[in-house]
Design a protein around this ligand. Structure first.
Ligand code: ADQ
Length: 472
């Protein structure tokens, strides 16, 4: 930073803004949206920040002034993208190629057109952010949609003589080098990320995989938490993402939520509730969850009419064929299980395929004795933490896939299993449902201590704090 420049704002960049823009009475308004990244950044307390991202819809040139105004009130600004370009970048390369690769799924849909779109969008973000950034600003780039952005930004900022530390955080896993190397253009993508000064991951495993890929494919030198590349030193580390614990605790205390909890308890009297909350995504292992639950009902007839699985599946990426197929598969399995095991007085599972309000979500977490999360792979999984935050009274059991980042930190307090093994899942469920009160309490305390310590505020403060230290 130049001697007379002051540390200024924090610029956050993510593909989507944490807001959706909606037209109302001839003008635009910005409405908060939900999702893992939004939850992770809930604790941000930086006073002067600006969040840049795509508003999610194509906005006519004439309307942009009105959208800009609505977003400015929320510390946000739009990176406008033409609809086709945005789709090709988002559904094409980001979700068709990167998302599966980062989650160890080998079925990728690669073509040159989507790769072109991916590069173009990253360039548009780089142009927009470099215009917006003043010397000394901090820049924090998020997630797999913007892997090239740090490198592109570095070039532009250098040309403009602005010295802004660039941080990058990946919200997904980073796979083992041998898997990653199958990805076309993987070297360019690694180089893009290494344009950052600081790179963050959920776990040590992802960090080590990334460092190994940089060593093998770029010839970078890796030394502890530093990568030496092209005469620069890039810091890499694990930063444990969390939730705003207190926000959940406060919501539960709200009279309306308490009333809803009582209503749900009355409705399900005499039944033990198992809760599942996931985006409708193949990485979340919904078919595996349903198959495990089916095996459980088959192996433990004594639990029929005594247990109910409430599965909330938030609609996600609905215009992509693979996601439509998944929805079809899940609906079919739900129908098969219900058809086979339901009785005139009981249905084994309630399947809710839509978003629910925050109050409803906390009430559902609160009344459930078990939370079942079966991800095939998951960067972290914040639902696990949210469930714990709502279990002060009940000390419910967390049954967690060993392939979540969360399992790395929460293994002491939860029952881990491999979601591909339906029998193992059924056994874990049985152990959870029959666990002694004392053991439940002990496990809950382990989890509670993790969730209250590793909050979203702590994550944002730690990452931004490290970034600040890199201001030159
Ligand atoms: P996601 O894949 O979105 O995030 P996750 O961490 O589980 O996954 O977060 C989902 C969020 O959506 C939670 O905060 C949850 O409350 C919210 N949500 C869930 N169901 C909802 C519903 N029905 N209505 C409204 N909101 C709902 C990505 C990565 C994860 C990583 C996060 C954060 O895939 O591995 O943990 O980013 O880094």
């Amino acid at each position: 930073m130049a001697p007379d420049a002051q540390p200024q704002k924090l610029i956050i960049a993510s593909n989507r803004l944490p807001l959706s823009v909606k037209r109302k009475d001839g003008t635009y308004e910005a409405i908060p949206s939900s999702g893992g990244l939004v939850t992770a950044l809930k604790g941000l307390k930086y006073s002067d920040y600006l969040w840049l991202g795509w508003p999610g819809v194509d906005i006519d040139e004439r309307d942009r002034g009105s959208v800009d105004k609505a977003l400015a009130k929320e510390n946000a600004a739009a990176v406008y993208l033409d609809e086709n370009l945005a789709q090709s970048h988002y559904n094409g390369f980001s979700n068709g190629v990167l998302w599966p690769t980062l989650h160890y799924q080998s079925e990728v849909l690669f073509d040159n057109e989507t790769w072109e779109a991916y590069q173009r969008v990253n360039k548009i973000f780089a142009d927009r952010i470099s215009e917006e950034a003043a010397d000394g600003d901090l820049i924090w780039v998020h997630d797999y949609h913007l892997l090239l952005l740090p490198g592109l930004l570095r070039e532009r900022l250098h040309a403009q003589n602005k010295r802004c530390p660039i941080g990058y955080f990946l919200h997904t896993p980073f796979p083992a080098d041998d898997f990653w190397k199958g990805l076309p253009f993987q070297k360019q993508l690694l180089e893009g990320v290494l344009g950052s000064d600081l790179v963050g991951f959920h776990t040590d495993e992802y960090k080590a995989n990334f460092a190994s890929a940089c060593g093998t494919h770029l010839g970078a030198e890796v030394e502890g938490g530093k990568i030496h590349y092209n005469g620069r030193i890039i810091s890499i580390d694990k930063y444990v993402v969390g939730i705003e614990y207190q926000r959940f605790a406060n919501t539960i205390d709200h009279p309306e939520v308490q009333a809803r909890i009582q209503e749900l308890e009355t409705q399900h009297k005499g039944k033990t509730i198992i809760i599942g909350v996931d985006r409708m995504d193949y990485t979340k292992g919904l078919p595996e969850k349903l198959e495990g639950f089916r095996v459980f009902l088959e192996q433990h007839p004594e639990w029929r009419e005594k247990v109910v699985l409430i599965q909330i599946a938030i609609p996600s990426r609905e215009d992509v064929k693979k996601y439509q197929d998944l929805e079809g598969e899940v609906s079919k399995l739900v129908g098969q299980i219900t058809g086979k095991y339901a009785t005139p007085i009981w249905t084994p599972l309630l399947y809710i395929h839509r978003s629910v309000s925050f109050a409803e979500l906390t009430a559902l977490y609160s009344v459930s004795d078990v939370c079942l999360l079966t991800s095939r792979r998951d960067g972290m999984n914040l639902v696990a933490s949210e469930y714990v935050a709502c279990q002060e009274a009940r000390n419910g059991v967390l049954v967690l896939s060993e392939f979540t980042g969360a399992a790395t930190f929460m293994q002491q307090g939860s029952l881990l299993f491999n979601p591909s093994n339906a029998n193992g899942l059924s056994d874990a469920l049985y152990d959870a449902l029959t666990m002694e009160k004392g053991d439940r309490k002990k496990m809950h305390e382990e989890l509670r201590s993790f969730v209250t310590t590793n909050t979203s505020s702590k994550w944002t403060e730690t990452f931004v704090g490290e970034l600040k230290k890199l201001q030159k």
